[in-house]
Each structure stands twice: as structure tokens, then as C-alpha cells.
Design a protein around this ligand. Structure first.
Ligand code: 5GP
Length: 190
């Protein structure tokens, strides 16, 4: 997606070898024009898939999912990360996810009322690195008996292997920008 790549080149900041900061448009301040174009592009790529729900994970996925959902005209469900008294533990699907950016494992939950076996789910997230978040969300979908139609990713770091792992397992992954390599000197897209 040309606009997204331009914004990444202009505003993304590479930290170390493998973290891209996108706080000025995707992870902290939100560029709504860009998010609208991202939503349209996800709709374009999954237009024939009869998506019934979009599933994401808090917090960064929510804005992306909500704007995309307006083009699909479906509800958004987001997996909750924290131990919340608002999630009834006896009535929730649960999966453990190792966080790439935080370096720790946390539990995610979705109330059983909001995913069911008639759903056709599009998972969306901001980044794909080692696919821990994507696999955790897939696990929640599997537990519910719903179908996983595919995974829509805004920025895939192709050099970290998560995309290959998912695709090798037959999962459809649509990434709007795939980074082949990055350093403080620049970013190369696939
Ligand atoms: P994975 O589970 O695929 O290893 O990592 C994906 C998750 O980690 C995403 O939900 C995202 O929040 C976070 N993440 C991974 N790499 C980056 C990165 O380079 N920059 C930012 N901002 N977040 C990342």
C-alpha cells in the first residue's frame, strides 16, 4: 500500500535492529486519513469473504479494527489483556501470548458470548513480528469454533519469520506493508 509505505518512510523511527516506532501515526497519535485508507484496503482484500466479525487485541489493534469495521459493517471484538473483573472467567476463551515488545507472557481473554461457531473472523493487528499475537488470536477463534478467514496486518516485519510461519500453516495473511530489512540508515520494503 503506497500511502502507508510513504508514511512509514517519512515518520517511522527504527529502534535497535528490530523495533519500528510508529507513535506519530499508528500507535499513539492516530492518523485518521491513513486509518481510513487502511480500512478500505482491508475491505478490498477481503471483500469476497463474508466476514462477520473483526477480532483484534488491545490496545493498538482497536483503532485499526474499528475503522476497518466501518467498511465491513460488522462488529469488532478485542481480546482483553489484563485480569479484568469485567471478564467472567468461567465464560471466556483464554490464550497466552508472549509479547515481543514487552518481553513477557500475558493472558488474553474473550467472553464466549462474542465469538461463536457461525462467525467468519478477520483478525487484524498493527504489527506482525514472530506471530505470537496472531497465533494467540487464532487460538481464541479455534476455541470458539468460528472460522478464521484471514489475518490483516498493517506492518509485517518480514525478516522476523512470523508471516512465513503463518503462511506455511495455510493461514491467509494480508500485510499492507512488508519490511524486508531496516536499520537507522533506512527501511527496505518487499
Ligand atoms: P508478534 O506477536 O508477531 O511477535 O508481535 C506483534 C505484536 O507486538 C503487535 O501486536 C505489536 O503490538 C507488537 N510489535 C511487534 N513488533 C513491533 C514493532 O516493531 N513496533 C511496534 N510498535 N510494535 C511491535
Amino acid at each position: 500500500m503506497k500511502l502507508l509505505k510513504e508514511v512509514i518512510l517519512e515518520k517511522g523511527k527504527v529502534r535497535g535492529d528490530d523495533v519500528l516506532k510508529v507513535d506519530s501515526f499508528l500507535n499513539h497519535q492516530l492518523d485518521i486519513n491513513l486509518l481510513n485508507e487502511i480500512g478500505k484496503e482491508f475491505k478490498n482484500r477481503f471483500k469476497d469473504d463474508n466476514i462477520t466479525k473483526i477480532l483484534t487485541i488491545e490496545a493498538s489493534g482497536i483503532a485499526i479494527a474499528v475503522i476497518a469495521a466501518q467498511y465491513f459493517n460488522v462488529p469488532v471484538v478485542f481480546a482483553k489483556k489484563v485480569e479484568s473483573k469485567n471478564v467472567d472467567n468461567d465464560n471466556a476463551y483464554e490464550s497466552k501470548i508472549y509479547s515481543f515488545t514487552k518481553g513477557k507472557t500475558y493472558s488474553t481473554k474473550v467472553c464466549k458470548d462474542y465469538l461463536n461457531d457461525t462467525d467468519n473472523i478477520l483478525v487484524v493487528d498493527d504489527f506482525l513480528a514472530n506471530a505470537q499475537a496472531a497465533l494467540g488470536l487464532k487460538d481464541l477463534v479455534n476455541q470458539s469454533g468460528a472460522n478464521l478467514a484471514g489475518i490483516g496486518i498493517v506492518i509485517e516485519k518480514g525478516f522476523q519469520g512470523g508471516g512465513k510461519l503463518l503462511r506455511d500453516n495455510g493461514i491467509r495473511v494480508e500485510s499492507l506493508a512488508i519490511i524486508n530489512s531496516m536499520s537507522k540508515d533506512g527501511i527496505d520494503f518487499a
